[in-house]
Design a protein around this ligand. Structure first.
Ligand SMILES: [Zn+2]
Ligand SMILES: [Zn+2]
Length: 197
């Protein structure tokens, strides 16, 4: 049985089934690639879920397991409405895509938990007798019951380049980093000010 560290639930904010599935998806991808959790930007995550839907909590679990986070800039979300991820080893560009076994996903979507969520019951208000068996099922399952893990492939994804260079916006005077700054008549302008021009 997989253990999810308590800090992950605290970070996520509530107990639910989708976050732990995401955590396990991240672990499954790392296992296939034979890599450790990223402390810096060793890994890059492309998550296909969002912008907002049932089981979108999945992404928080993936980020916690892989160390690919929005803050570090080694995660992105495609907003394709799917619980699927691609994880890339940035050193070698070896990548793997993990999707869910459809039968398992369908069972989850037909669960009482999701039915209560559909009726707008918040996860924290869903009784433990509904949540716990579901959660245990997820933590006990084999990877093969939960996920389809692709063969390793070479990724041609180009991660965004980091920058330490910055300007002061010529209009609002706030500090803005180079890779988003627009140049207007040779003067640096931030995106929101640029859009108001
Ligand atoms: Zn959740
Ligand atoms: Zn500005």
């Amino acid at each position: 049985m997989i253990q999810i560290p308590e800090w992950v639930f605290e970070f996520h904010g509530h107990r639910c089934p989708a976050m732990p599935i995401g955590y396990r998806a991240g672990l499954a991808a790392m296992k296939k690639l034979g890599v450790e959790r990223a402390s810096n930007k060793e890994l890059y995550l492309i998550c296909e879920n969002g912008p907002s839907h049932a089981t979108a909590c999945f992404l928080d679990g993936v980020m916690a397991a892989t160390g690919c986070t929005y803050g570090k800039g080694n995660a992105e979300k495609l907003n394709h409405g799917k619980n699927a991820i691609t994880l890339i080893d940035q050193k070698t560009n070896r990548a793997v895509r993990v999707t869910m076994v459809k039968e398992f996903q369908k069972k989850g979507l037909a669960s009482e938990f999701v039915e209560l969520r559909r009726q707008k019951v918040e996860p924290k208000d869903i009784p433990p007798e509904v949540l716990n068996p579901l959660l245990e099922n997820i933590l006990k399952a084999n990877d093969e019951e939960l996920f389809i893990v692709s063969e390793i492939f070479q990724s041609d994804h180009k991660p965004p380049k980091g920058t330490f260079n910055w300007y002061e916006c010529d209009i609002c005077s706030e500090i803005v980093f180079e890779n988003t700054t627009k140049m207007v008549n040779g003067k640096p302008v931030c995106v929101p000010c640029f859009e108001k021009l």
